[in-house]
Design a binder for this molecule. Structure first.
Ligand SMILES: Nc1ncnc2c1ncn2[C@@H]1O[C@H](COP(=O)(O)OP(=O)(O)OP(=O)(O)O)[C@@H](O)[C@H]1O
Ligand SMILES: [Mg+2]
Length: 235
């Protein structure tokens, strides 16, 4: 289904910042392998901004994006993680910070980026949360302001990792794939969704997105390994 140059990586572990908390765990090694594969996937083009998406919801995009960002930061790369899932954002839960300002405030209110970039407890890793959920996420993601912001981050950081909503749900992720250097598709291997994965892959190809590879997430874990976030209240 995917070409020879696309990597396939298997990850199996709980959500949360496992790469930070348990750097020696096998799953942390798997996330580092994804980082390495991204590095080698395009020899001629420098990959500085990567979109993490999936065909259908709940595949493990946000978990992958967060852990991949930590893996980059730990290897000494100045990294920024952007929550561009403007419908079901979760990075503020994962990093336990407020979401009163973020991407949406930067796009809509032209707030200077210094005011939306947050330092995390992980060395070399900054974060931009989604900001308040807007009524028109697609318009924001399609805007020139969004494009300009991503360009600015690519200049200021070694790596930009963008979390998004899923491809078959809305056009949001596809819009972002056009302004990032590459796309990583996450799929939940415990679900049999090959057809949807193929549909998502075709959508990306038609849009001339640069598909870097597929992360096969195995969510079959013991229940107490799962991370739950409750409600949508602001922290
Ligand atoms: N490898 C895994 N092992 C156990 N649980 C996992 C794993 N990956 C993800 N999960 C759990 O599955 C749920 C969905 O994961 P995540 O939020 O990363 O997916 P997503 O693709 O970002 O979802 P959405 O489409 O809602 O944005 C979370 O509750 C997370 O804890
Ligand atoms: Mg998510």
């Amino acid at each position: 289904m995917f070409g020879k140059k696309n990597f396939r990586n298997y990850v199996s572990g709980p959500r949360e910042l496992i790469v930070e908390k348990q750097p020696k765990a096998p799953v942390s090694e798997q996330f580092r392998a994804v980082r390495t594969n991204i590095m080698y996937s395009n020899i001629d083009t420098e990959i500085k901004a990567v979109l993490v998406t999936s065909a259908t919801p709940g595949a493990g995009k946000s978990t992958t994006a967060a852990n991949l960002a930590v893996a980059y930061a730990q290897s000494g790369n100045r990294t920024i993680l952007i929550d561009a899932d403007l419908r079901r954002p979760t990075m503020h839960y994962t990093f336990e910070i407020t979401n009163r300002r973020g991407m949406t405030t930067a796009i809509v209110n032209s707030v200077p980026i210094e005011n939306i970039v947050r330092e995390t407890l992980v060395e070399n890793l900054d974060l931009i949360t989604s900001g308040p959920i807007p009524p028109n996420p697609s318009d924001l993601l399609l805007s020139n302001k969004m494009k300009h912001l991503l360009k600015t981050f690519s200049i200021h950081y070694d790596m930009v990792i963008v979390d998004s909503s899923s491809l078959l749900e809305t056009s949001d992720a596809l819009s972002i794939s056009k302004i990032t250097d590459g796309t990583v598709l996450v799929t939940d291997v415990t679900e049999n969704n090959r057809d949807m994965l193929l549909e998502a892959k075709n959508m990306l190809s038609k849009a001339d997105a640069n598909i870097l590879g597929v992360v096969m997430n195995n969510k079959k874990m013991k229940k107490d390994n799962y991370y739950y976030h409750h409600g949508s209240e602001e922290k």
